[in-house]
Design a protein around this ligand. Structure first.
Ligand SMILES: C[S@@+](CC[C@H](N)C(=O)[O-])C[C@H]1O[C@@H](n2cnc3c(N)ncnc32)[C@H](O)[C@@H]1O
Length: 271
């Protein structure tokens, strides 16, 4: 055991494992001790605490909802990038080509949007095929700090290499002065992308219905029971015949019979 691991006892680690599971459905394996200490250590320092038990008591008292949210924010993993898993955007293009003549509002949900790269990649794709005002992207996440970044739509230039040149030119602005080295998503695109906090393990209401849902690279943190709950919570918001897309390392095998596999990682709702 190294120094940072020894700062937390087995019992304390188990308390945090249960807490993050209860709040977000995230299963933290024993191998994540170092990660937890690395991420929450600074909160102990902030409060001048000497043990994780003291910090746990503060969280469990129910009197500090902001600190509880911060702890969730710190324990979630937010890695993402523009046009990640490009085959899903190819699929979206195929779909949009077929639907081009339909006049209704085409709505897509980025169900664990992180800092917004997935939602803006969807928006850049939709803007190519749909008439202005006939599409919408909704991005949601459990982490409030990551949602604030998504809403800002400001990214460091080196993180934007996945954006094709044409889309870069059309929908992104190069930051100047205090924002130099950054890229800002243009308002002409941003206005069709809304973000809000949604905890997928809780009943979901008020989000409307979607033609396509992306739920990528979050179910890897969930056990089968949580996956079932999350899919059950989201499915009422997917239109009959709508598409549900998961990450390449994820599968809904044995999770629901309301979705049938169309091709690897792409499911369609059975009516
Ligand atoms: C690795 S990111 C995935 C980002 C993006 N979908 C992608 O594939 O690039 C996982 C996100 O899931 C979010 N998350 C974890 N548990 C959640 C829950 N119970 N409800 C909503 N979002 C959750 C995290 O905050 C994090 O931003």
């Amino acid at each position: 055991m190294n120094d940072s691991e020894s700062l937390i006892t087995d019992q304390e680690f188990a308390l945090f494992q249960r807490l993050i599971y209860r709040l977000a459905g995230i299963s933290l394996s024993d191998a994540k001790r170092v990660l937890l200490v690395g991420r929450l250590g600074r909160r102990l320092k902030y409060y001048g605490y000497e043990s994780y038990t003291q910090y746990y008591r503060l969280l469990a008292s129910g009197e500090h909802p902001d600190e509880l949210q911060l702890m969730v924010d710190l324990l979630t993993t937010n890695e993402t990038y523009f046009f990640r898993e490009p085959q899903h955007f190819d699929f979206l293009r195929e779909l949009l080509q077929k639907e081009q003549r339909s006049t209704g509002n085409f709505r897509i949900w980025s169900g664990a949007s992180s800092s917004g790269e997935e939602a803006y990649s969807m928006a850049m794709t939709l803007a190519e095929y749909r008439q202005e005002g006939s599409w919408e992207v909704f991005g949601s996440d459990i982490s409030m700090s990551i949602l604030a970044r998504a809403q800002a739509g400001l990214y460091s230039l080196e993180r934007t290499s996945g954006i094709p040149q044409e889309q870069l030119r059309k929908y992104c602005l190069k930051g100047v002065r205090s924002q130099s080295g950054k890229l800002l998503i243009d308002n002409s695109l941003k206005r069709y992308v809304k973000f809000a906090q949604v905890n997928l393990t809780q009943p979901i209401s008020g989000v409307g219905e979607f033609d396509v849902i992306f739920l990528r690279n979050v179910m890897i943190y969930f056990d089968a029971e949580t996956k079932r709950k999350v899919v059950h919570n989201m499915l009422p918001s997917l239109k009959p015949d709508g598409y549900f897309i998961v990450g390449h390392a994820e599968s809904l095998n044995g999770i629901t019979d309301r979705l049938r596999l169309l091709r690897p990682t792409i499911y369609r709702k059975s009516v």
